[in-house]
Design a protein around this ligand. Sequence first.
Ligand code: CTP
Ligand code: CA
Length: 254
Amino acid sequence: RVLAGRREDLAGRHVVVSAGGTREAIDPVRFIGNRSSGLQGYALARTAVARGAEVTLVAANVALPDPAGAKVVRVESARQLRDAVLTAAEHADAVVMAAAVADFRPVRQSDTKIKKSSAEPDPIHLAKNPDILAELGEIRRSGREAYAAAAGDGRETGDGPDAREAAGAGGPRPRVIVGFAAETDDVLANGRAKLERKGCDLLVVNQVGENLAFGTPDNAAVVLTAEGGSVEIPRGPKEDLADVVWDLVAQRLA
Ligand code: CTP
Ligand code: CA
């Protein structure tokens, strides 16, 4: 798909890709996880490198070799993924959230292995994780100082004249925010509602099932745009889907 003429169309751009699936610890040996293999996120990172981008890949629990030329940050939980993504996003042109982020985590995490006793097992109580994609949209709307506030690291935020100005050329960052959504039913309606709820620019909607998506080399999807458009990506290698995503990102950055 990548034609010679546009091979370097992401040169000078910094993109952040999250990949894999988060794990939320129950105790030192057990976790709540999901089936994401990281293949789609890694394909996105590889194709972005091939198109000339500086790539930060935030990888959650993947069993894949580091893509050559990308900076890889390894994380385990949703909260670690959030910190890594927000840190990198501050200076990014685009963020693509291909990772499957756990919506909930156990409220308490045992320091020691939970033993099987004769008593009935305790229930696992869950708390909501931060929604990183929605947060990115909110931070972009409210300006650069929101990064410092979100990171909670006490950095000088100053009260500069204009947050948009402080964000530098091209306006608030990241300039393009891309989400992924796996849906099993009412795929397009759910996808459209999700895009609007999360305030992203593009949402790549996968239909789960029919041997697609999880752990397979192929994928098929519809990309919804914030303007109400949609681009269908027929079943094919995850690299092809990645290239269509970068085509749409490059268009928006141009
Ligand atoms: N996402 C995120 N943070 C979360 C959950 C999801 O950033 N805590 C991102 C995912 O990386 C993905 C997008 O949001 O890019 C959509 O994830 P999905 O699970 O489909 O959306 P949810 O809002 O969690 O809705 P659902 O109830 O369908 O799980
Ligand atoms: Ca979810």
